[in-house]
Write a protein that binds this ligand. Structure first.
Ligand SMILES: C[S@@+](CC[C@H](N)C(=O)[O-])C[C@H]1O[C@@H](n2cnc3c(N)ncnc32)[C@H](O)[C@@H]1O
Length: 429
């Protein structure tokens, strides 16, 4: 077990020092290691746990340090974070093990005082009954309880109200469900589920569609025979609902302008029974390859994938019955999958609405008269969602809202999905 903690602390420090994605860093490191299944589970739980509770853990360290201004190096900080995380949030770890293993790690650091410091701080936390740091404000309290920066708690409270804010905060902690979309073009849903069951995968069907299934022990679904045979792809409920909003029909010409890695492209093609054309694009050549390989695996021959910049009008693209703009966004709806998103500087998100508007404006030029365009994001932020759509409608008289509830903010309490937004915009006939 000591080895697993050292491994995790090293990974957390690497994440602090290079801005790579947490899931990629962890998956690659585990794949190269020879830890057994149980150890890998512990490492993943500790790694993601520390990451998603980082703000709270750092507030605890600041409160418990005698000299809070002392600068801690990254390794020492991660030893403390992981020690505190085990004490506070991992019931399966005895307190003594959490403290002793952390102290052993600190002994290996160059500064001989580190081990005493780690021991003192962790034992003081236990003496204080493992209490969270206090705050005088509601925003501050929620921020510490859910390890979410105050600016984001404040934003969600102001923009969506308390109930939705709490739903977003609660779902931002803990593992997201693994949901898949069954490809009925390769075999029936029952046949695919039987195959998965035979390989020991347990599942629960979802009420949102006949093809939507939650997998319970989905460690490495990509390794199953059913996956290799193209019988499903991994896709959250909200993304599946987004494809439903686009309502593609067999024979349609569909443009999917920000399509990689291709989850929505695949569902759209399946909904069309592989009849018609789904032209998928992305800015990045490496990501376009993911769409191509996914469509090949799933046997979706109506899909083509090319590089294209959605901001710039391309006169080679055909007029389309349906256009999907699944725009690049801040990703505030998928924090439970990528906890590092919440620690970004909010200033990084300020340029997004202009980019989103530019893409939407360009995309609208491809929509046939009477055709439908769906604008979507995996974020929960008025500036990137409703405001972009309102600005678009105000400037494009040839478009109108499609239906009364044409804008939908999907929050986790509704379907257990990621946070998401869709808007249906119809070009007048
Ligand atoms: C939210 S992701 C799309 C997810 C995808 N629709 C799916 O369901 O799998 C946004 C995508 O937009 C791409 N992108 C960003 N800027 C773009 C641009 N100017 N033109 C085309 N694609 C762009 C990104 O590379 C990214 O793959």
């Amino acid at each position: 077990m000591g080895n697993t903690r050292r491994f995790t602390v090293k990974l957390l420090t690497r994440l602090d020092e290079n801005s790579s994605y947490s899931n990629i860093l962890l998956d690659e490191a585990l794949a190269r290691s020879d830890f057994d299944k149980r150890d890998k589970k512990f490492i993943s739980a500790l790694f993601y746990g520390v990451l998603e509770r980082r703000l709270t853990l750092d507030a605890m360290i600041a409160e418990l340090s005698k000299n809070p201004k002392n600068k801690l190096n990254n390794t020492l900080r991660n030893i403390l974070r992981s020690g505190l995380y085990q004490l506070k949030y991992m019931d399966s770890v005895p307190d003594n093990a959490a403290v002793d293993e952390s102290v052993e790690m600190a002994k290996k650091l160059r500064n001989p005082a580190s081990a005493g410091f780690v021991n003192g701080l962790l034992r003081e936390f236990i003496r204080r009954d493992k209490a969270l740091p206090k705050s005088d404000t509601e925003i501050g309290r929620l921020s510490l309880e859910y390890s979410c920066p105050e600016w984001l708690v404040g934003k969600w409270l102001a923009e969506y109200g308390k109930e939705k804010c709490l739903s977003l905060l609660e779902s931002s902690i803990g593992r997201a469900p693994a949901t898949v979309r069954i490809n009925h073009l390769i075999g029936s849903v029952e046949e695919t589920l039987d195959m998965l069951a035979a390989e020991g995968v347990t599942f629960e069907r979802s009420s949102i569609s006949d093809y939507t299934v939650h997998l319970a022990n989905a460690g490495a679904v990509e390794k199953t025979k059913a996956y290799r045979e193209g019988r499903f792809h991994v896709q959250d409920i909200a993304s599946q609902l987004c494809c439903k909003a686009l309502d593609p029909q067999a024979g349609d010409t569909v443009l999917d302008l920000c399509a990689a890695p291709g989850g929505k492209t695949f569902t759209i093609a399946e909904m069309m029974g592989n009849e018609g054309r789904v032209l998928a694009f992305d800015l990045h050549p490496n990501r376009v390859k993911l769409i191509k390989s996914g469509a090949d695996r799933l046997g979706l021959s109506c899909v083509t994938a090319e590089v294209n910049n959605a901001k710039v009008f391309n006169d080679k693209l055909p007029p389309a019955d349906r256009v999907l703009v699944d725009a690049p966004c801040s990703g505030l709806g998928v924090i439970r999958r990528k906890p590092e998103i919440k620690y970004k500087d909010p200033a990084d998100f300020e340029r997004l609405p202009a980019v989103q508007y530019e893409i939407l404006d360009t995309a609208s030029k491809y929509v046939k008269a009477g055709g439908l365009m769906v604008y979507s994001t995996c974020t929960v932020s008025r500036a990137e969602n409703d405001d972009v759509v309102k600005k678009f409608l105000a400037a494009h008289e040839d478009f109108e809202p499609d239906g009364e509830d044409f804008m939908q903010t999907i929050t986790p309490e509704m379907y257990g999905s990621d946070g998401f937004f869709t808007a249906r915009l119809r070009r007048r006939g």
